[in-house]
Design a protein around this ligand. Structure first.
Ligand SMILES: C[S@@+](CC[C@H](N)C(=O)[O-])C[C@H]1O[C@@H](n2cnc3c(N)ncnc32)[C@H](O)[C@@H]1O
Length: 247
């Protein structure tokens, strides 16, 4: 059981009201920390869960990672299925949600592949709130074959078609699916992975509801990167895209 924490919810939380989101202080309430590389700020799932789901709903995060979405769902009284391909991630998820919380949502943790959710029935999910790898920009394992963080961009986009179609299958009609994605740069040119993923979700039957720009704060415009940005004349990528789709 996690030790008693002093702060279980953010101070003076206010729902985001426009399409640019920025959380310089990532959020360290409850059991959150930034130890799972590439985890998202808990402010993101908190905002999404509050806007696009209701208490008692069943939420899905099929790229659960370090468990940020699971913790927020439990705190906000949403039930959630957390899936990841990596057993180390799932162990972290179990530790992170192991706290007492009055009226907390139930958390179901399952090892699985986001491309094949056959244990999740059709149209059974009220909200999808997820954060896949951005192709192979950060690798989450060394030798897990199904880990999409080993895929180069073209293969990653191909595999995301299965992720989008499974997301569409399990989500109830009229409900929302949100997904955070980043881009990369190769040989001086930006590769808009996120916009390609957006098109893949649209082709799977989703309708775009929102595009939110999420500012990135781990982008260091100093030293090596500052010098190269000027020397080779490119801008440092400092944002990600958060898409909200409706089925
Ligand atoms: C960006 S991280 C998620 C971080 C999470 N939002 C958090 O805050 O901790 C992406 C996760 O996707 C997982 N993953 C990669 N390929 C997968 C697959 N095919 N099915 C399910 N999970 C996968 C990785 O193991 C990694 O934990």
């Amino acid at each position: 059981m996690e030790k008693k924490k002093e702060k279980w919810e953010p101070d003076n939380f206010e729902l985001e009201m426009n399409t640019v989101w920025s959380f310089p202080d990532r959020g360290s309430w409850a059991t959150h920390d930034s130890k799972w590389r590439g985890n998202w700020s808990p402010y993101i799932p908190r905002n999404l869960l509050l806007r696009y789901s209701n208490e008692g709903d069943l939420v899905l995060d099929q790229f659960a990672g370090g468990g940020t979405t699971l913790v927020e769902a439990k705190l906000l009284n949403r039930n959630i299925i957390g899936i990841d391909i990596n057993s180390v991630a799932l162990e972290r998820c179990k530790e992170k949600v192991n706290f007492e919380w009055e009226n907390g949502g139930k958390v179901y943790i399952h090892k699985g592949d986001a491309r094949n959710l056959d244990f999740v029935p059709d149209e059974s999910i009220d909200f999808i709130c997820t954060h896949p790898p951005y192709a192979n920009i950060i690798q989450y394992s060394e030798d897990i074959e199904e880990d999409l963080s080993h895929c180069k961009v073209p293969e990653f986009l191909q595999e995301m078609k299965s992720v989008a179609s499974e997301s569409n299958r399990v989500l109830k009609k009229g409900k929302f699916c949100s997904i955070l994605m980043g881009d990369t740069r190769q040989k001086g040119h930006v590769i808009p992975i996120s916009l390609e993923v957006m098109k893949i979700f649209e082709s799977s039957g989703f309708r775009l509801k929102e595009i939110i720009i999420k500012e990135q704060h781990n982008c260091k415009a100093t030293g090596y990167w500052k010098t190269n940005s000027i020397k080779y004349n490119f801008l440092l990528l400092a944002h990600e895209y958060l898409f909200v789709f409706k089925k």
